[in-house]
Ligand binder design. Structure first.
Ligand code: DON
Length: 314
């Protein structure tokens, strides 16, 4: 009797099984809306759902739509803040941008009483951050941002030109914020150039897997654990994770750090990046957003992973 061929080896681990079960449990959740204030974002497939975990020793576990590209949006703000700290020095960055939670929506035009943006995770602070990088790097500013985000992810990232154009054409609120900042010296020089850099950085395409590796680069104190490359300093990582803890999820930041306990940053493309120092990065993609602009399934998934593996920092 012929010996039956062995079944193909299925590589699985308790962590991967847990991620698959979590995805199955939350996939039916259809609360929230795909962002449409940037018209091109409204074309996203609302059902996409990917979950990835990257450990600080360079292993990646992923399930679902983890290879589907989507725009990074506000998640870029965390990396760009870290870049600004290294490029310009903490003193200059901290003189221009605060580190206080705003308790307001990400696109609020309100500044602090001293006319500084509250922090680098809200649009005003992120635009000021682009302004600082544009001051220092001139025409090279966007390429510097793109290459830094790429080094965090471990691969070269491309701009989604349709999203960039869509955001540029409808970005009057960000334009208003940038001009307001310029009246106080929070942005200097050519506002159009600064906004061009900001809109392009938000339009860079990433996957959930990329977000997990980027998170792991933060978690690994600024060294990408997959490529081995040092991407930013430990000082920049620590300060960026601190601001992510207090402000990364906008006016949900308090609830988030209370319930999930892991520094994180969301984007209106449907991504969430979370980074637990010395342990792991999480990357989630699911485009339906709640009223704060955070992914609904993304939040539930991070809560579940944090609880199951006792990841709360405190
Ligand atoms: O400036 C904007 O409105 C977008 N480029 C980014 C906003 C965003 O991702 C907020 N995150 N939840």
């Amino acid at each position: 009797m012929p010996i039956p061929a062995p079944a193909p080896a299925v590589l699985t681990t308790p962590l991967l099984r847990f991620l698959e079960e979590t995805r199955t449990a939350f996939a039916p959740l259809d609360a929230g809306e795909v962002a449409s204030y940037i018209p091109e974002l409204g074309k996203a497939d609302a059902d996409h759902f990917g979950i990835a975990v990257a450990t600080t020793d360079g292993h990646v576990y992923e399930t679902g739509d983890t290879q589907i590209p989507f725009t990074i949006q506000s998640i870029s703000k965390a990396v760009v803040f870290a870049l600004a700290l290294d490029l310009l020095g903490a003193e200059k960055v901290e003189a221009t941008i605060g580190v206080e939670p705003s308790g307001e929506a990400f696109n609020s035009i309100r500044l602090r009483a001293d006319n500084k943006p509250f922090n680098a995770m809200v649009n005003a602070g992120a635009i000021a951050c682009c302004g600082l990088i544009a001051d220092a790097a001139g025409d090279e500013a966007f390429e510097l941002i793109r290459s830094t985000l790429g080094r965090f992810a471990g691969r070269a990232l491309e701009v989604d030109d349709a999203v960039f154009q869509s955001e540029r054409l409808t970005g009057d609120r960000n334009r208003a914020i940038a001009y307001l900042l310029r009246t106080y010296g929070g942005v200097r020089g050519d506002v159009d150039h600064v906004l061009d850099v900001y809109f392009r950085q938000c339009s860079l395409l990433v996957t959930a897997r990329d977000l997990a590796v980027m998170g792991a680069s933060f978690a690994n104190h600024g060294v990408n654990p997959v490529t081995g490359e040092t991407v930013v300093s430990n000082y920049a990582v620590a300060r960026t994770l601190a601001v992510m803890s207090s402000s990364g999820m906008y006016d949900f930041a308090g609830e988030w750090i209370y319930r999930v306990g892991v520094p994180a940053k969301s984007g209106v493309g449907g991504g969430i990046l979370a980074a637990l120092p010395s342990q792991l990065g999480l990357g989630i993609f699911s485009p339906r957003l709640d009223v704060h602009g955070n992914s609904v399934r993304g939040i539930r998934t991070c809560e579940a992973i944090s609880e199951a593996f006792d990841l709360h920092m405190l």
